[in-house]
Design a protein around this ligand. Sequence first.
Ligand code: C2O
Ligand code: CU
Ligand code: CU
Length: 453
Amino acid sequence: LTPVIPSKEGLLNLDLEANYKKVFFGDRQGNLLSFNGLIPGPRLEAKPGDTVQITLINRLNQPTHLHYHGLHITPQGNGDNIFLSVPPGERLTYKFTLPKTHPGGTFWYHPHHHGHVAEQVFGGLAGLFIVRGELDELPEIKAAREEFIVLQDFDINPGMPSPMARMLGREGPIVTINGQVNPKLAIPKGGLLRLRLLNASPARFYQLKLEGHSFQLIATDGGAIAAPIELQEILLAPGERVEVLVKGDREPGQYRLVNIPYNRGGMMMMGGPMGMGPMGMGRGMDQTNLQTQEAQPLATLTYEGTVSPLPLPQKLIPVEALAAPNVTRPIEMSMAMGPGMTIAFLFNGQTFDEQRSDINSKLNTIEEWELTNVISGRIAHPFHLHTNPFQIMSRNGQSEPYRAWKDTVLVKSNETVRIRIPFRTFTGKTVYHCHIFDHEDLGMMGTVNIQSA
Ligand code: C2O
Ligand code: CU
Ligand code: CU
């Protein structure tokens, strides 16, 4: 079980050591990567207004670095600054303060060293960063049983990923929840189970269904929504989080949480426009498991005990309506051939250059970005922005059915998604990128320089 490290008297203080770790899955053994010997890393818990001081100790043989995904904190200095680097054998202390108005929610930390992100996250380096807030104080939520679900997939003997695995994003055959294969989740008859889910895989998507039960969505990436929304399935692209409630109103027994295959693209490689011929990337043919055919059980929900029936909350936390944007920007996602067999994924025709400022934004303004994925072959890209959360306004012209704070949004091929971003509190240079980490490592990242007005 993953230990929890909470803040004490306004300070969250800890060391995180990134190191190799020998693991066993059944009779298979291999090497993965861990924080403090744990996969996933320890769950950190803080409150708005807390100071956070984390010393990262790098025991890997390559550079690494930490990012605090979804937190609204400074991108400068030793804060959430992705331009920092911790060489092998060295350490670095991050220090930042969560604004007093920081929303509660399910955030996380993971390495962000450009060029090594996919490999390190695929090794297991990721952990939850929970900010406690208003949602936790609602009586119905307090009465629910809380479980955290970190979704990760592994290949315990990965070797070098094939060019194809890099192009589509690497996936591993071992799919885990909190580092375990098919763990048990308990729910009391009559009770509520609050599941807080994170997709910490570098590329795998999860489309989840719970036998006999629906989900009540209560929070997205950036925290609570205004009222629960019933869902039959949850789709989580890499980097995304949701919180849901499950009602324990079925016959006591066992119910499987299953992952339904999701086609996230790559069909264009079948002798497609790249002129490479059939590379075995069709359905269910490749060694990276990109198109698994069958629904796969990930966990088993078991009824244990009985409580007097708990009601669902009717209302949660209101979500602010954003004013009209001061600026609108088109951002186009495309693909190009690099040298050899390499592929580059681009934003507005350019590959990542940390020296460049791709977007110059003004503090205390609101921008609307029109994200268009022009890549054919169904390759979907989860678009992620650091520092400031956003709201999805529309997808292909259809307005979004409810208001929610997000920091990662899936943009399917031939889709245009409009997002509205308030630039608040912090100046400095930050980034946006595709959260399929192979794509990010291949250059699908851009910079935003936020300046005071
Ligand atoms: Cu979780 Cu820059 O990413
Ligand atoms: Cu992030
Ligand atoms: Cu991508």
